[in-house]
Design a protein around this ligand. Sequence first.
Ligand SMILES: Nc1ncnc2c1ncn2[C@@H]1O[C@H](COP(=O)(O)OP(=O)(O)OP(=O)(O)O)[C@@H](O)[C@H]1O
Ligand SMILES: [Mg+2]
Length: 401
Amino acid sequence: MTVSPSVAENSPTPSTAAGLRAGAAGGTRSATDAHPDVELIGVTKRFGDVVAVDRMNLSIPASSFTSLLGPSGCGKTTTLRMIAGFEQPTEGEILLAGRPIAGVPPYQRNVNTVFQHYALFPHMDVAQNVGYGLRQRKVAKAEEQRRVGEALELVRLGGYAKRRTWEMSGGQQQRVALARALVNHPTVLLLDEPLGALDLKLRKEMQLELKALQQEVGITFVYVTHDQEEALTMSDVIVVMRDGLVQQMGGPSDLYEQPRNRFVADFIGSSNFIAGTIASSDGDDRVTISSERGLTLHGRITDRSASPAIGDTVTVVVRPERLEVAAGDAATATGWTAVAGRINQGTYLGDQTEYRVHTDQAGELIVRLQNTMGANIGQSLGPGDPVVVRWREEANLVLVA
Ligand SMILES: Nc1ncnc2c1ncn2[C@@H]1O[C@H](COP(=O)(O)OP(=O)(O)OP(=O)(O)O)[C@@H](O)[C@H]1O
Ligand SMILES: [Mg+2]
């Protein structure tokens, strides 16, 4: 978003981010601070019979961009509201910067929240909206102006102080809401689907901006989303939740490359699933699987804490982009898994073509081929054509759960 020339005299001050960073530190944080910013220890929240959050243990590293990701109703907002202090845990304990915060009201926690529906005050201009919290806390006028200016620069709305919020686009309004939270110099910023109301293109733009902003100011962001792509784009750490339970926590590539169970493998990216049993094991994480329909696969168990026995039922996961299609008479090389099949359907997706291939030994397999400039066997395939689907054995991820 560009600032129009008529208001460009409010040019960014070079110390903006540094000022906010110092503010966030509040004189008490340092790089050697041993505590995570937010810790949940055995936190359960019940609403009557509904268990919204179930024995959650979570440790959110300082200055990280951490996302809570999961389907509707899995307990993301409830978790955020407990950290903010709007809800109390039924059981368990929450620590902020190492200190228990039970009984501390929301306004005394060094935490601010940005919601999807950002509820700006329509009768106030942008600067008044952003400075609202500071005025409530009786911060001196000059200090308010300085901090509001700083926060607006950070969200790239330097020239918009006097605008009415209803004159602004959705993305700009969301930035005002962000500035309103940042102006309080929180240690932790909680964001509940803040981009949900924006159209796809703006949303993508704002994702990158939010990530850059977080890196600039170094505040811990806890970001709620049900959109896996959004979580992958922005996060240092993703916490995957289902029915109030944490399924897995890790960096984006950890979750994609080492999903611990079928839910995570299915929720993050798309997957082919091949059911089978363990035929042999090297005693470590390498196993040989016999599929239900007689295919032999060599793979790696993703959950190192699991110790399955011979004969146990498992699921082999293979990502569609790890598969390739070869001519129907292609030979099988060592180190590869190969299955004969016939093309069911091909769908052109622009950058990729997706094929659904019927195989006797592994059911229907989804294959995604990149549409590069060079010749690609995929470009000439039609329904009924015999093919061999093959992939490197390293792509076989074995799920025990
Ligand atoms: N105040 C409440 N009273 C009763 N039940 C509630 C309350 N708040 C949440 N719940 C229930 O707790 C569960 C978790 O809700 P929560 O709002 O945390 O989910 P969510 O992951 O944020 O979902 P969404 O993606 O739809 O926002 C749901 O079953 C919901 O119906
Ligand atoms: Mg929610």
